[in-house]
Design a protein around this ligand. Structure first.
Ligand code: FES
Length: 151
């Protein structure tokens, strides 16, 4: 069996908005958004977990809605808006939601956090979605957003 060099596998290209910046990327057409973010763009804040759509460690906001990037082909993201945990804060500071999670010792993936089986990345994205949607979301609006994020 012959394996093509990595660079010659990059036959797909898209332009999309990543954390507010227009971004062009070339990649192998079989890659997921998670793989392209991490391997082709160096955005390692989005984590590999189960890669089965079960853990939420790979959660991003896709056009403002929580999405599991391990289940989305990068080819589907042309012209769309992707927000990762790296894009939530401003001026090098964490988003208040990320700060709150950090203050409580809640790591991103949630595997080792002693709060049931909560998955941080998914919750942060869902919380951020609620903030973007409602500006000052109520507790029920946050809860609804996080419940919906259990995709
Ligand atoms: S890596 Fe677990 S849901 Fe995507």
């Amino acid at each position: 069996m012959t394996t093509l060099p990595i660079e010659s596998q990059k036959t797909a290209q898209i332009r999309f908005q990543l954390n507010g910046e227009e971004t062009d990327v070339s990649f192998a057409p079989y890659k997921t958004l998670l793989e392209v973010l991490r391997e082709d763009l160096g955005h390692t804040g989005t984590k590999h977990g189960c890669e089965l759509g079960e853990c939420g460690a790979c959660a991003v906001l896709l056009d403002g809605k929580p999405a599991l990037s391990c289940l989305v082909l990068a080819l589907e993201c042309g012209g769309r808006r992707v927000l990762t945990v790296e894009g939530l804060g401003e001026d090098g500071n964490l988003h208040p939601l990320q700060d709150a999670f950090a203050d409580l010792g809640a790591a991103q993936c949630g595997y080792c956090t002693a709060i049931k089986s909560a998955k941080r990345s998914r919750e942060i994205c869902a919380g951020a979605q609620a903030i973007f949607r409602f500006s000052k979301p109520s507790k029920p609006q946050c809860s609804r957003s996080q419940t919906r994020s259990v995709l």
